[in-house]
Design a protein around this ligand. Sequence first.
Ligand code: FA5
Length: 348
Amino acid sequence: MKLSDLKEESSKIIDEASKEINNVNETASLNEFKNKFLGKKSSLTDFYSKMKEVIASERKDFGLVLTSLRDKLNSLYDEKEKKLKEEKLKKKMLAEKVDITLPGRDMLLGSKHPNEIIIDDITSYLMSLGFSVEEGPEVESDLNNFELVNIPKDHPSRDMQDSFSINENTVLRSHTSCIQARVMKKMNGTYPVKIICPGKVYRRDNDATHSHEFFQCEGLVIGEHVTMSHLLETLTLLLKHLFGEKREVRFRPSYFPFTEPSIEVDISCAECNGKGCNLCKHTGFIEVLGAGMVHPNVLRMNGYDDKKVSAYAFGIGIDRVAMLKYKIEDIKNFYTGDINFLKQFVKE
Ligand code: FA5
């Protein structure tokens, strides 16, 4: 092929490509343009293959013309590609334009869980009576949960609280009474002690008023001359604060391995005013907590001289209080994460 022919062909191709690129307005036709002018079957590729037939004196200029043709075609392609990309972006931005005149979305406000409301109430009330708050882990040693509160291995009273075992020596705590052992160890035989410990506990229970996870609040008071009447007075004050002055508080003898004597505490049923109904199983009263004078074994095992000091303890069921206060029939409502149920307590 002659150099003059290439020059002529080249300028025709540039004219044609310049016209065609104007009609390209999408990626598909840009690809067609590329195939036609720069692809394997294009004239450009064909000219390159003819280089070897060009006479030696024209070969250098032939190469230069070809390079300039290729550069021109590439720049037509690149410019168009850039333009198409810019247009696409612009379109996308316009479509996504934020309408700042639209009203904002409401923020969803969470609400306190009923158990949390009760815990806050009990905590702040008992703090006003001089108690301070302690904490303990939910995964607890068998030693603290059972042995140091006077429930040795193989003792039948372990059956009162069917617990979840992590391994031979570790359980999910089955009551907050294990905090008694922790606090006594920390205090190392010193007193007075006046603490509460609210927290979650676990047992293999499952019915409308018993859940496998629930909350308790432990109370422990150690000192000289601490008596049952101190315990009864504190509990009466607390329960009247929680349920109102009109509710009657009843103490019944009971049994816990870690207290002697032990009591269970009921309040008169708000539904029937003590007359008897389905809610209180026709007894007129509903049990809310267990309590008693700390057993001398517990004091001794945990480093206290039971001849010198005495102590009382109680363990109140938080869920039970919440169910009675808010008239909730099934404890499962507390643990199924139902927002419609929980938002009823938003105003508290
Ligand atoms: C105890 O757990 C004793 N540790 C309480 C105690 C502490 C007694 C200190 C003496 C001195 P009891 O198993 O009765 O006791 O549980 C106490 C309260 O927890 C019950 O009155 C009840 O309100 C609540 N409770 C017990 N089991 C469940 C359960 N599965 N679901 C919801 N609440 C429960």
